[in-house]
Design a protein. Structure first.
Length: 148
């Protein structure tokens, strides 16, 4: 019987010492980006751009559906439609390869690697829009500050 207890205790210790396979959260930051293959990077950028467009479409659709309940406000409908169309046009102009290259360049700097992808994407979008390097640097520093 003692051998069974010792074996059970040894197994339990091994299980407790091992890294869990499930529940290990992936951090989507520069380390993830740099370790991803080209296909994963393409999928991320494609999903990001289409996700934004779908989110805007959902807002517009919801506004139209609520308008049938008497809450229709034409000025809101025009503003949302204009915003969705503008955003889709802006994203359509972005070169996905250029977007990936810009993220690669951003994360090539070791100081930027801890920044989550969601924030890096915003920085890259500002770069591609032509925002001044000084403004971008201030923005990056603001993003790196711990939130209260």
């Amino acid at each position: 019987m003692r051998i069974h207890h010792a074996l059970a205790a040894a197994c339990l210790l091994v299980l407790l010492a091992a890294n869990p396979v499930f529940g290990d959260d992936t951090r989507f930051d520069g380390h993830f980006w740099r370790n991803s293959d080209a296909r994963t990077r393409q999928l991320f950028v494609y999903s990001f751009m289409n996700g934004i467009i779908q989110g805007q479409d959902r807002v517009a659709r919801r506004l139209v559906l609520q308008s049938s309940e008497g809450a229709f406000r034409p000025e809101c409908h025009r503003a949302v439609s204009k915003n969705a169309n503008r955003l889709e046009a802006e994203l359509g102009k972005l070169d996905r390869r250029g977007f990936i290259d810009a993220l690669d360049a951003f994360y090539a700097l070791p100081a930027n690697r801890e920044l989550d992808l969601k924030w890096a994407v915003l920085v890259v979008m500002q770069q591609l829009k032509g925002t001044s390097p000084a403004d971008i640097e201030r923005y990056i520093e603001e993003l790196k500050r711990p939130s209260p």
